[in-house]
Every structure is written in C-alpha cells, then in structure tokens.
Design a protein around this ligand. Structure first.
Ligand SMILES: Nc1nc(=O)c2c([nH]1)NC[C@@H]1CN(c3ccc(C(=O)N[C@@H](CCC(=O)O)C(=O)O)cc3)C=[N+]21
Length: 284
C-alpha cells in the first residue's frame, strides 16, 4: 500500500514559512499584495480564486480580487493589468486561466510586469526557468517538487515521466525535474508506447486532465505517483487523472485529489507573492 503524500500538511508548512516572512516584511513597513483577475463566471475558477483569497488572509498578504464580466474586452483587460503594474501596494498579479473565448490570454500575460508575474507564465520568466536562473517558479510544478521532496525519495538519476506538455504544467514540470537531475521523458497525445514509457517511471507526474487516465498497468511497482489532474468523475465528484484505488496498491507514494497538488499550488503562490514584494523593494 502506497504512502499518501499529504498536500495539505506540506502546503501548511510552506504557508507558515511565507507567513513568517510576511511578518518580517510588515515590521519593515511592507505588506505583500496580490491582485487576482477573474473574467466570467466559470464556477470552478471562482472556487480556486476563493481558495487563493483565503490563503492570502491566512498568510497576512493583502489581496484584491477583480471579478470582471464575461463580455470584458481585451482593451479593458489590458488597461487593468497596466493599472496594477503601476500600483505600488500590489506586488503580484494573477490572471485566472482560462479566459473566456475571444480574449487573448498570452497577450494579457505578456502585459504583466515580469517582476509581478507570480504565476511565472510570462515569456521572460519562462526563459529564466529554462536557463535555471529564476526568480519565481511556476506554482504547480514547484509544488510538485516540494511534494516529491517530502517523500524523501531522491530525484537525481531517477526516470521521471511527465504526461502532458502544457505551458503551465507539463513543460515547466519537466524542466524542474531536469534541474533536480532527473532523467526526464515528456509524454503527450502523440506518444507511442505510452504504457511502456510510464511503466519505466520511478517518478510519474500526470497532468492530462482526464479522469481514470493513469491505470494500474502504467505504473511500476514502487513508483512515486503525482496527480496534477483536477477533474470530475461520472458522479460529479472531484478526482485526478490517476485511477487511485488500483494504483495505490502499486505505488510507494501517491498524491490524493483533492488534498494533493491543489493546495500546494496555492501555497507556492503565497511564497511567490512574498518573493515579488521582496524583489520590488530591493530586498532579494
Ligand atoms: N493564472 C492561473 N494560475 C493558476 O495557478 C491557475 C489558473 N490560472 N487556472 C486554474 C488552475 C487550477 N488551479 C488550482 C488551484 C488550487 C486548487 C485546489 O485548491 N484544489 C483543492 C480542491 C478544490 C475544490 O474543492 O474544488 C484540492 O486539490 O485539494 C485547484 C486548482 C490553479 N490554477
């Protein structure tokens, strides 16, 4: 039986560390501030944004939410980003993804001041991650690295397989595993022999977005299995990509959904907002 990786516990630790840093910054007259922009009324997005707001309150970070209607124009959105770029009490700007159809998400992200880009989605920050000389790490992949570290399993020299090649999870995830000296394979919809490649993984990270995608025959005995998926099953219940009940008996460590990667994403966002406040005040 696999050991459960407790994302709630690890994220609580990261948030507590961020809260300590916030205390020190506040004593010096700096209150880290995060602005979250959400466009439209996707219910899941509103839940995530609400979780971010709660985490800010618990950490002592000032937060502002900009909830815009679905018919917001590109110009209006860009004007808001520009205003927040110039706002001195805001150190981090996050534009909740996905944006409604008709809005150009990458143009909006590129408009964010890279020093305030706490998602690390801006091309400038992505480039710095590629080089290995970064200020912010993207929240979800960075959270996954923390979860793997919490198991005590070394990444160096291990076969790491990432399923999914998105700009926000798969690609940066592979890069962070590489920085940690893993031997990394990225799988995607055109990959041949997916099962065999996954079965070679000592560390398997799934970021596909399909319930029950990772089945027991894709997992090597003793593997560390990290589930980035955030899906609904047939009964409308929140679940990841991994067929948890079947894989649990094979893996050495496994993340649950909920309570795995999700809370870590939010904790790393708190950490990045603190880093942003330090950078903008010449402290880091
Ligand atoms: N600019 C941007 N940055 C993001 O970081 C970003 C985004 N857009 N768009 C959507 C994804 C998704 N995401 C989640 C964060 C927390 C949970 C989370 O807290 N999950 C809880 C359960 C939440 C629930 O009950 O639905 C858990 O797994 O335990 C989930 C998903 C951040 N994202």
């Amino acid at each position: 039986m696999a050991k459960l990786i407790d994302g709630k516990a690890v994220s609580a630790k990261v948030k507590a560390e961020a809260a300590e840093e916030v205390k020190v910054l506040k004593a010096g007259g700096i209150t880290p501030g995060l602005a979250v922009i959400i466009v439209g009324d996707d219910p899941a997005s509103h839940i995530y944004v609400n979780n971010k707001k709660k985490a800010c309150a618990a950490t002592g970070i000032h937060s502002e939410e900009y909830a815009l209607p679905a018919d917001t124009t590109q110009e209006e959105l860009l004007a808001l980003v520009k205003e927040l770029n110039e706002k001195e009490d805001i150190h981090g700007i996050l534009v909740q993804s996905p944006l409604p159809d008709g809005l150009d998400e990458s143009a909006v992200v590129e408009a964010i001041d890279p020093l305030k880009d706490v998602d690390a989605f801006h091309a400038y920050n992505v480039g710095r991650i590629m080089i290995g000389n970064y200020r912010f790490l993207p929240c979800t992949p960075a959270g996954v690295i923390e979860l793997i570290r919490s198991t005590g399993v070394e990444i160096a020299g291990k076969n790491c397989v990432v399923i999914g090649r998105s700009n926000i999870v798969g690609k940066p995830m592979a890069m962070l595993l590489l920085h940690n000296n893993g031997t990394v394979t990225i799988c995607h919809s055109r990959t041949k022999n997916l099962k065999e490649i996954c079965r070679s993984a000592d560390i398997l990270v799934s970021a596909v977005g399909k319930a029950h995608f990772v089945t027991a025959d894709m997992v090597k005995e003793g593997a560390v299995v990290i589930d980035v998926g955030m899906n609904r099953d047939e009964n409308g219940k929140l679940c990841g990509d991994v067929d948890f009940d079947a894989v649990e008996s094979l893996a050495s460590h496994i993340t649950p959904v909920p309570g795995g990667v999700g809370p870590m994403t939010i904790a790393m966002l708190m950490k990045n907002t603190v880093t942003a406040a330090k950078l903008q005040n010449g402290i880091a």
